[in-house]
Design a protein around this ligand. Structure first.
Ligand code: ME8
Length: 523
């Protein structure tokens, strides 16, 4: 039976349209999903939205809409965006979904019945217009960090989860399972910044937030943030509604999240699951941030004026594959990295148009010119061809290894090393020179065949990352995207190959930057 693999993104706040930052995690999870499917795994990919809370209610009110009207528009846009970027999720979960409301309420009641939740009072600094509590340290100059207005001391009756009881269990979890939280630096952050100083119990209900899931046995309260949000990972695969599915998929193989929410996934979530006697996720990966001029793309900041960051504009103009490529390739996985429109356009030209696109079109046009587009059977073994085969095989194995570590950026570097090598092979073998000498026909045919095989192998790996362009090329070659064979000579001898359309037109970068600046202004 195929191995199962359950992967999740965070559920995003639909308080505004989703951003390129949200696309980063979603595209990574999609590439991991596709790659694992090619390896023969049975994969479930969950993404969705986190729809409760004061902020959403306030936004809806400002827009003169009901919460659901406001949310439905944003969710429709999010789903369109995922379609635009070829995201192949299995379920889009919304925390307003009926089955999720039941799960969140069930979990809250279970934790209460088991003695992990108790009622008490919450004292804090309260901003009346924002209806938000803040801790002393969150205030900016003693004022509300959101709106800058004065805050008052306020007390509210709330339920608490006994998080403080889990310190030792969490330390043991990290110690016994070095795979649980990655990259390793995040473990040190959790231990030194939160667990060693002592965990406080967690506020899990509110009476002042009306837009939320009611606590079933005390309906003055709504469930506050994390019990509602984190349990989506259970609902998504049928907890309480489809036992067979839940048993098949749980525990999650990996939760991929941004580093700012590692604390919730690596401390609160395992503690809740331990309290519920449910198995823990196998891995939490906290990736770094895509930075824009050194800043994390934040929905509240208008970075659009300096950089073009709207995927809804970039994908139709440069292709979904190009947007996926920059997100998957540019930033070392786990670290922060800068995004800029100029880097994006430069990568399209250098990697996609020159390295890959040009390799494919050059090879197919030589095949047409020198062998009537027929896949040659010739196999002349020499140092150069052996060298090509060795590198292709090695880099294909490297790509697989990097994907076991979820590292799309390094995997893509390995795949592009295959194309680099193939381009160098053209330079070294000089097929145009061989074509001038009748006696070198077998050698020429062999060079063409080797190029086609390198393109085949590289493109199969590439298809998890750039599905559109890979499908085009694999269709021309007449092969399926299966990672079963990284050896040469799997193409069908004698097959006639169709010509290749231009895969990535070369861009005039200064002109594009000017055009994008104009489009940004119109927005
Ligand atoms: O935190 N770089 O939702 P959210 C990289 N609802 N990743 C980024 C990014 C950037 N500049 N900007 C956003 C929430 N992300 C909660 C989560 S989970 C049970 C609840 C990605 O809309 C990254 O995955 O603020 C980050 O963790 C997430 O979007 C934050 O999304």
């Amino acid at each position: 039976m195929a191995e199962k693999f359950y992967i999740t993104t965070p559920i995003y706040y639909p308080s505004n349209k989703l951003t390129l930052g949200n696309c980063y995690t979603t595209v990574i999870c999609d590439a991991i999903t596709r790659y694992n499917k090619m390896l023969g795994s049975d994969v479930f990919y969950l993404t969705g939205t986190d729809e409760h809370g004061q902020k959403i209610a306030g936004k809806a009110k400002d827009a003169g809409k009901t919460e659901m009207e406001y949310l439905n528009e944003i969710i429709a846009d999010a789903k369109d965006l995922w379609k635009l970027l070829n995201i192949n999720y299995d379920r889009f979960i919304r925390t307003t979904d009926e089955d999720h409301v039941k799960v969140a309420q069930h979990v809250f009641t279970e934790l209460y019945n088991k003695g992990y939740i108790y009622k008490s009072g919450y004292k804090g600094k309260y901003c009346v217009p924002c209806e938000s509590f803040w801790t002393e340290s969150q205030l900016i100059d003693g004022k509300c960090p959101d709106c800058g207005r004065p805050v008052i001391d306020q007390e509210e009756e709330t339920y608490f989860f006994k998080l403080s009881q889990f310190s030792d269990k969490l330390l043991k979890l990290y110690q016994d399972n070095p795979e649980f939280l990655q990259p390793q630096s995040r473990v040190n952050e959790m231990v030194n910044n939160f667990i060693k100083p002592g965990l406080s119990d967690l506020c899990v209900s509110r009476t002042s937030v009306k837009w939320g899931i009611p606590v079933p046995f005390d309906t003055n309260h709504t469930i506050y943030v994390w019990i509602d949000a984190l349990t989506n990972y259970l609902t998504g695969i049928g907890y309480l509604s489809d036992d067979k599915s839940f048993k098949k998929w749980w525990p999650a193989d990996v939760h991929i999240i941004g580093k700012e929410i590692v604390r919730f996934h690596a401390i609160i979530w395992p503690a809740m699951l331990m309290a519920l006697d449910l198995p823990l996720p196998k891995k939490v990966f906290g990736h770094g941030w895509l930075l824009f001029g050194g800043d994390k793309l934040s929905k509240s900041k208008n970075v659009d004026s300096v950089e073009c960051v709207d995927p809804r504009l970039l994908a139709p103009r440069y292709s979904a594959d190009a947007v996926r490529y920059i997100l998957l390739r540019e930033i070392p996985f786990g670290s922060d990295g800068n995004y800029s429109t100029e880097t994006f356009l430069t990568r399209i030209n250098s990697d996609l148009a020159n390295n890959y696109g040009n390799l494919v079109s050059r090879t197919l046009s030589m095949l047409k010119k020198y062998n009537a587009s027929v896949v040659p059977t010739a196999r002349v073994e020499n140092e150069t061809s052996k060298d090509l085969q060795t590198i292709v095989k090695l880099e294909a194995e490297n790509a697989k290894r990097h994907m076991q570590n979820l590292d799309c950026s390094k995997a893509l570097a390995s795949i592009f090393a295959i194309f680099d090598k193939a381009n160098k092979y053209i330079e070294v073998t000089e097929p145009y020179r061989l074509a001038k000498d009748e006696s070198k026909k077998a050698e020429l045919d062999s060079v063409l065949r080797n190029l086609l095989e390198a393109i085949r192998i590289g493109t199969i790996h590439l298809s998890a990352f750039l599905p559109d362009v890979s499908t085009k090329v694999l269709d021309i070659l007449g092969v399926e995207a299966k990672l079963t064979d990284d050896n040469f000579y799997a193409l069908k001898d004698g097959k006639v190959l169709e010509p290749c359309p231009i895969l990535f037109p070369r861009l005039d970068i200064p002109k594009e930057l000017e055009e994008l600046a104009k489009l940004n202004k119109q927005d």
